[in-house]
Each structure stands twice: as structure tokens, then as C-alpha cells.
Design a protein around this ligand. Structure first.
Ligand SMILES: CSCCC(=O)C(=O)COP(=O)(O)O
Ligand SMILES: [Mg+2]
Length: 226
């Protein structure tokens, strides 16, 4: 049986890496300390701060120290769940205030409509939280795309470099791995997805991108699923 679902990475695949690195990450870093200070009694924020203390092995860290740790993690591009959850909450304010729109490559906007017209299911899998993904696609420069998705996966499904994350997606969407096509710009993510049995395809949007043995496309225009 052929492909029934497409799982897309976001940063570098549906979305320009520069938007993530030059707009979203700095926005969250700049507001992290004030956000934690003002929202520390919000149960979700409090829970995330507890997670940060655990991961950083700093049980006594106060709000200011936690903000410092999180900004360090942003600089290192750490894909840690509490950071990703908090970033999503901060970005929500930026989208709501019209400070930026989510960048989505036009070829993906065309393609997702085509895929859905074909009866294919489409999911995203990002290290950004599910809420952050919904914000990105919901406030995109091409309008609200959320209705076109069948679902989203984030670090709670697993680390994108681990085979288990992809096996968890397979189990969740109840297809066989060979019915699922995973598209990402990162070779090590493709390797993990392949180990779980998925069909893979690399998006190469940058000239100096590391490539592997995977089928390469430079735009979703090239991805025709029969
Ligand atoms: C969903 S927008 C924020 C993306 C993000 O936080 C990130 O770390 C990018 O990771 P990806 O797995 O989409 O490459
Ligand atoms: Mg990526």
C-alpha cells in the first residue's frame, strides 16, 4: 500500500530557519525573565520551572536563575520540553500582538492543500511545542493553516533524533511505517525515522546543508505523492 500520511518537520522544512533563529528565539530570550516573574504562579509555568531545576540539577534556583538557564539553553538550541513549552507561551503574546507572523514557505502552503485534496493525512513534528506549532501555522503569512493538519507532535512524543519518537508517531496514527513519509532538513532525524521504518525525504533549502543518502527536494513543489 502507498503513502497515506506525510509528517513534516517545521524549522528548515516548512519554515525558514532564519525566522526561528532571528525572530522567534531572540523574542523568547528577551522576554523570558519578565515572563517568568509575572507568570510564576501560573501552574503550567510553575511546573516548567520545576522541570528546569531538575534538568539543570539546581534545586535551589530562583526565578532569575531559571531565566538565565533558559536563555543559555536558547543560545545552545537545546530541545528541552520545559523550554519549548515556555517559549510557546511567550510567542503566543507576540502573535496575538501582531509583532510577527509565522513564516511558512509558499510551496508548503500549496502542497498541503494538494495533499489534503488527495486524501493524504498531514502531521507536523517539531521540537517546538504543539501549541507553538499551532501558533506558527495559525498565524502564518499565508493565513490560518491549522484546519489542514491532522495533528502535531512535539518533544513529548520523543526526541527527534531517536527512533522511538517515530515509532510512537506510527502507533499514534495507526498506519504502518511504510505508509508514512517523513520530510525533514536534518539527516539525523531522517536516519531515526528510517530506523523506525518510515519512508524519508530530505528538504534542502540551504546551499551548504549536510546531506546523506536520502532523496532530496528543494521545495514541496517537487514532492508528488502518487
Ligand atoms: C514550531 S516553531 C518553533 C520551532 C522550535 O522551537 C524549534 O526548536 C525548531 O525545531 P524543529 O524540530 O522544528 O526543527
Ligand atoms: Mg528542521
Amino acid at each position: 500500500m502507498g503513502i497515506r500520511a506525510i509528517v513534516v518537520d517545521t524549522a528548515g522544512t516548512t519554515t525558514d530557519l532564519n525566522f526561528i533563529q532571528d525572530t522567534l528565539f531572540p523574542y523568547s530570550a528577551k522576554r523570558m525573565a519578565d515572563f517568568l516573574q509575572s507568570q510564576q504562579h501560573n501552574p503550567l509555568v510553575d511546573y516548567c520551572m520545576g522541570d528546569v531545576r531538575d534538568i539543570a540539577l539546581e534545586p535551589e534556583a530562583d526565578v532569575a536563575r531559571i531565566a538565565e538557564i533558559l536563555c543559555q539553553w536558547i543560545a545552545e538550541d537545546r530541545k528541552v520540553t520545559p523550554l519549548k513549552t515556555l517559549q510557546g507561551l511567550i510567542w503566543k503574546q507576540g502573535y496575538a500582538g501582531g509583532e510577527f507572523k509565522g513564516h511558512i514557505f509558499p510551496d508548503f502552503i500549496e502542497a498541503i492543500k494538494r495533499f489534503r485534496d488527495q486524501g493524504l493525512r498531514v502531521y507536523s513534528f517539531s521540537s517546538g511545542s504543539v501549541d507553538a506549532q499551532k501558533l506558527l501555522f495559525g498565524h502564518s503569512d499565508g493565513g490560518d493553516l491549522t484546519e489542514l493538519f491532522n495533528g502535531h507532535f512535539d518533544t513529548r512524543t520523543g526526541n527527534k533524533l531517536d527512533k522511538q519518537a517515530y515509532s510512537n508517531i506510527v502507533n499514534t496514527i495507526s498506519l504502518t511505517p511504510r505508509q508514512i513519509l517523513f520530510v525533514s532538513d536534518v539527516v539525523d532525524e531522517l536516519k531515526a525515522a528510517e530506523a523506525a521504518g518510515m519512508i524519508t525525504c530530505q528538504m534542502v533549502r540551504q546551499p551548504q546543508q549536510r546531506t546523506g543518502k536520502y532523496r532530496i527536494i528543494s521545495s514541496f513543489d517537487e514532492l508528488i505523492v502518487e
